[in-house]
Design a protein around this ligand. Structure first.
Ligand code: NAP
Length: 286
């Protein structure tokens, strides 16, 4: 079997076009174009690339680019004051603090200053709590993007066995909760899981976010399963994921490529969250 390729680039393009239409509708209804404040501290090259792409695509969707940059040696009080300023600014619909921050900064304390209504990364305790309780809120972009891909490809979730590899606050935990909310039977694996391959083989839907290149091989996949590879690793021959894609493609029914799978969806969902935040703040639209 050769797995069907789940084309995240194409789905992300459609999501961004929908967001662009939503922005135009918001403005036509008398609202203000959403403003996205990306906050970059320092000069980490990977973070610079991510932030540049987020800014470019937000502008393409008709949003205001309210980017802010502080030097790598900015202290906690300075960054906190910037977050507070953005929190109070009505032009700012969403605040995205680009992670990881330089080591001398306490990122949890800074995230805690972002108002839940402007938390377009879905990382505040308030939004995590709303997700855990199954109530509406802004969802973390990467797992939300995985759900959008699964829906686009009409992958059945209700009653399905779903296995998530990884339990980070950013990806694994919210991923598990989103799948649970759709009535999948969810198992979460982590670094202490005994016999990872055996647990993964239960999955109809397998989402891998472990941060280890090629961790999941063909032996860990049930024939016909849908496999979503969240991992991103930069190597000498380009990007690769947490899944051994050549081996898994022979067993899985569908597989996300790296690049071109989950990555583009993360930015698309950030834009969708920013539009949602702006609508709620302005009391216009759904
Ligand atoms: P993370 O915070 O490092 O978390 C990794 C998780 O994987 C942890 O829960 C860890 O378990 C678990 N793990 C580590 N080794 C394992 C093993 N051998 N077997 C089973 N589980 C294991 O990473 P993250 O932020 O969730 O990101 C995961 C990957 O996704 C990274 O490659 C990252 O670059 C990528 N990513 C991609 C996007 C995107 O847009 N495509 C967005 C975010 C992240 P413990 O909890 O026990 O330590």
């Amino acid at each position: 079997m050769t797995a069907r390729v789940i084309d995240g680039t194409a789905v992300a393009r459609r999501v961004r076009a929908d967001v662009g239409r939503g922005v135009a509708e918001l403005v036509a209804a008398g609202g203000v174009a959403p403003g996205l404040a990306t906050v970059l501290i320092g000069e980490d090259p990977a973070s610079e690339v991510y932030v540049r792409n987020k800014r470019r695509l937000s502008v393409e969707a008709g949003m205001q680019d309210l980017h802010r940059h502080l030097p790598a040696d900015a202290d906690q009080a300075t960054v906190a004051a910037l977050v507070d300023e953005l929190a109070a600014d009505p032009a700012v619909s969403g605040i995205l603090l680009q992670l990881p921050l330089p080591e001398h900064l306490d990122s949890d304390a800074l995230i805690a200053r972002i108002p839940a209504a402007k938390d377009v990364d879905g990382l505040t305790t308030a939004n995590a709590g709303l997700l855990a309780q199954g109530r509406p809120g802004l969802r973390p972009c990467t797992p939300a993007g995985v759900m959008a891909l699964l829906d686009e490809y009409e992958v059945p979730l209700s009653g399905a066995e779903a296995v998530v590899v990884g339990r980070s606050v950013l990806v694994g935990k919210p991923m598990a909760q989103l799948l649970l909310a759709r009535n999948a039977t969810v198992t979460v694996c982590h670094s202490r899981t005994r016999d990872l391959a055996e647990v993964c083989r239960r999955a109809d839907v397998l989402v891998v976010a472990a941060g280890i290149p090629g961790l999941v091989g063909g032996d860990a996949v049930r024939p016909g399963a849908t496999v979503v590879d969240v991992g991103i690793h930069r190597g000498e021959d380009g990007l690769r994921g947490d899944v051994d894609s050549a081996a898994v493609a022979e067993v899985a029914g569908a597989l996300t490529p790296v690049p071109g799978g989950v990555g583009p969806m993360t930015i698309a969902m950030l834009l969708a969250n920013t539009l949602t935040a702006a609508r709620v703040q302005q009391g216009i639209g759904d």
